[in-house]
Unconditional design. Structure first.
Length: 211
């Protein structure tokens, strides 16, 4: 049976990757592709429970290593329950964040070593790597303004990480750009400051060769 393709979307908070993932999924379905959308953390019932713990701003005592393990716990479940079966069935899997998020946020943001992230990735993902990663890049000011707006709209239940200061988010953004530069064949880096439809067109054109 045909092996599917695994495409991940990455970027700092408020970059617009979730909107772009949904637009791409709809367009691919219109073109007749079987598409599975998933998200990290979350994507399974177990993952959704872990997501609540991770993003609840009331959980101020979570240690960076606990945070790291919880992100990978959610991912391990998603890989087993959703992603691998969908790929084995020949589907295209679009995942909103994956291990590059952990490298950027827990590595560059929290200061944990990349070695630990790679070790846990081997345990949680059992060798599964994205075929292609779309990194939507925006500046920190736009990121923080959009995240604030979103939290005002949806409430603060998921704001524990995006309430971190601008230095944290600057480190995460720098992390993403370094990760992408070090693995450039896998990454498509797209400027996320343009209007949604323009970014969507760029994502579509850039991904044409991969899907
Ligand atoms: P989301 O709002 O894009 O769904 O992401 C949830 C938050 O979790 C976001 O602030 C980024 C953060 N995050 C990490 O810190 N590490 C990770 O491994 C993942 C997947 C997300």
């Amino acid at each position: 049976m045909a092996q599917g393709r695994f495409i991940t979307f990455e970027g700092i908070d408020g970059c617009g990757k979730t909107t772009q993932l949904r637009i791409l999924a709809a367009r691919l379905r219109e073109a007749g592709r079987e598409v599975v959308e998933t998200v990290e953390p979350g994507g399974t019932e177990t993952g959704r429970q872990i997501r609540k713990i991770l993003l609840d701003p009331a959980n101020t005592a979570i240690h960076p290593r606990t945070e790291l393990l919880l992100y990978f716990a959610s991912r391990a479940q998603n890989v087993e329950e959703v992603i691998r079966p969908a790929l084995a069935a020949g589907h295209l899997v679009l995942c909103d964040r994956f291990t590059d998020s952990t490298l950027a946020y827990q590595g560059y943001g929290r200061g944990l070593s990349a070695g630990i992230v790679h070790d846990l990735d081997r345990v949680a993902c059992q060798g599964l790597k994205p075929d292609c990663t779309v990194l939507i890049d925006i500046d920190i000011e736009t990121s923080m303004a959009r995240a604030k707006k979103r939290n005002q709209r949806t409430g603060p239940e998921e704001s524990r990480i995006d309430e971190e200061g601008s230095e944290f988010h600057s480190n995460v953004r720098r992390g993403y750009l370094e990760i992408a530069a070090a693995d450039s064949p896998r990454f498509l880096v797209i400027d996320g400051r343009a209007p949604v439809a323009t970014v969507a067109e760029r994502v579509w054109e850039a991904l044409a060769a991969h899907v």
